[in-house]
Design a protein around this ligand. Structure first.
Ligand code: ADP
Length: 250
């Protein structure tokens, strides 16, 4: 097993308010790591640290290191645009641009200087990888907003995949979807880990248990327990983990 990302002694603040405290755990390559915990415990803040999305939030600051393939991504020399291509992100609410399905994917490719001749093949390949091709192949020039919520989310996944990332971050990817849309996205995440390293934030414990290989349980900004998902769910070491998983709070 190879560590793709190391989260090392990470603390995070909004102004002076500490919302993550001294978090350390690994993210293994080609596995799915779930970050779980009650609302407000810092899940979203933590996943956004992994591709420096929080840089966009004024008054955010971070201590510690996030090492991606041997390099601290918070190092001054890190190219943040390149980082966000390599560590792609899919958000809670599907957010396609109000353009065609085709343009939703071609836009990022053009910005990243992908050769013209490669654009169409890459679009087709990414839609296939996102398990959407069969449903949209005759509608590529139709507005993406015509798609169902679940299809829009898979389009957002295709858009991230098109940029040939190494890691995919999913922040509550199913919370705006119906059960059928959610099931398809879950199935897809399991398929995607063959090629990518996947991190998912979810408040849905059943979802974490179904899809993830490793789980990190956060509570009030601290890492309570990290381990293999089967161990965390069947034999947690910490009482707090057990109480959370059995629904005693949260
Ligand atoms: P979770 O994803 O587990 O619900 P968040 O990471 O969204 O938790 O939030 C952790 C804490 O940080 C919460 O107390 C939240 O109110 C606070 N927080 C989140 N975003 C901001 C922000 N932009 N400015 C100030 N406080 C924030």
């Amino acid at each position: 097993m190879e560590e793709e990302i190391k989260i090392l002694n990470v603390s995070a603040y909004y102004d002076n308010k500490k919302v993550l405290e001294n978090i350390t755990f690994p993210i293994y390559k080609n596995f799915i790591t779930a970050i779980i915990g009650p609302s407000g415990c810092g899940k979203s803040t933590l996943i956004r640290c992994l591709n420096r999305m929080n840089d966009l939030v004024p008054n955010f600051s971070l201590e510690g290191e996030i090492v991606f393939r041997g390099k601290n991504i918070y190092d001054k020399t890190q190219d943040v645009i390149d980082l966000r291509r390599r560590v792609g992100m899919v958000f809670q609410k599907p957010n396609p641009f109000p353009k065609s399905i085709y343009e939703n994917i071609s836009y990022g490719l053009k910005i990243n200087n992908v050769r013209k001749s490669e654009i169409e093949p890459t679009i087709i390949e990414s839609l296939k990888k996102a398990a959407l091709w069969d449903e949209v192949k005759d509608d590529l020039y139709k507005p993406a907003t015509n798609l169902s919520g679940g299809q829009q989310q898979r389009l957002c996944i295709a858009r991230a995949v098109a940029l040939k990332p190494e890691v995919l971050l999913f922040d509550e990817p199913c919370s705006a979807l119906d059960p059928i849309g959610s099931a398809k996205v879950e199935e897809l995440m399991v398929e995607l880990k063959k090629e990518y390293t996947v991190v998912i934030v979810t408040h849905n414990m059943q979802q974490a248990a179904r899809v993830s290989d490793f789980t990190a349980f956060l509570y009030l900004g601290k890492l309570v327990e990290y381990g293999e998902t089967t161990q965390i769910f069947t034999n947690p070491k910490e009482k707090l983990t057990e109480e959370y998983l059995t629904g005693r709070f949260g």
